[in-house]
Design a protein around this ligand. Sequence first.
Ligand SMILES: [Mg+2]
Length: 343
Amino acid sequence: MTRTLFLLCLAAALFSAACESAPVRRHTHERLHSTLYLQRSAEYPALCRQVYRAAAEKLDAALKDPQWSALEGQTGTPAALPPAVVIDLDETVFDNSPYYAQVVRKDADFDLKQWNRWVVRAEAQLLPGAAEFIAAAQKAGVAVYFITNRDARLEGFTRLNLERRGIALDPKVDTLLMLGETPDWKHDKSSRRSFVALTHRILLLIGDDLNDFAAIGGLDEQQRKAVVARTAAYWGDRWFILPNPGYGNWTDDIVKNILDDQAQLDRKYDALRPAPDVSSEEMTELMKVPVPLFPIQLYIEAFSLPAKPQPPATPPPEEQTPPEENKTPAGAEPSPEPAPPAE
Ligand SMILES: [Mg+2]
């Protein structure tokens, strides 16, 4: 019996040790966190609604201002043209996170063949706020153009997906401008924005990638950030951008000219800018640095807050009344509130 007990204890100890030393899988799929953010956070739909609501408010202002144009350097007489808004589709109107969840689960990378299958299914949901914004624009007489880098051969399925989600498209005018639909409609969307500007005054641009707003072909990170700084007046005024933590020109730039999957991943790790480690010795020195403290008394004086009340005087333990005896008997007058403690 003693031997059996000993063996059981030993097994339990070994099992416990094995559990403690089991390696934690930290090298997860590179798209795991971004896809979870899109699908499971409440913050992402909040951001989408925030962007579309702000855009709708600016649309009203833009309609009232005949000189308003969201296109940098729009020439001619835009005031005489009918108004339009230009909106990207993927991760701006369409939520493609189910496709990216599939990529993560399969431990795969973006694959054009699988992507096309997802698009042909035409089942993408709309991001929160998109349908309301598009309907409001159309109701206000603003033409809605979609400029997307989906392949032109996928136009019919993309149209079907929009219609399935209640987005009304103009039956007489092609407002869905796809990649490669004409020879000069390339990855850079500038030529398509210019095409819309021939016939319309573009009031707003909405997208999730810098390419939805400006010509950025061949620009590196610093140059793209310089574009954003140069166009600071447009953001939140005529240009509205949704977050896309999963992909875009920003990731393409990191892995450009690299085809090998592992090499791409290595490049992404190399692209991180980590804080330096703090050694124990450095920590000791850092702890010696006097840090400014803000005394609570200054808060009280600055904001005219009441002084912290003193706790009521507690009677000695032997004089405390048991809770049961503190109840007011039925029919008896309640005892008066205890006097506040002296200042
Ligand atoms: Mg997009």
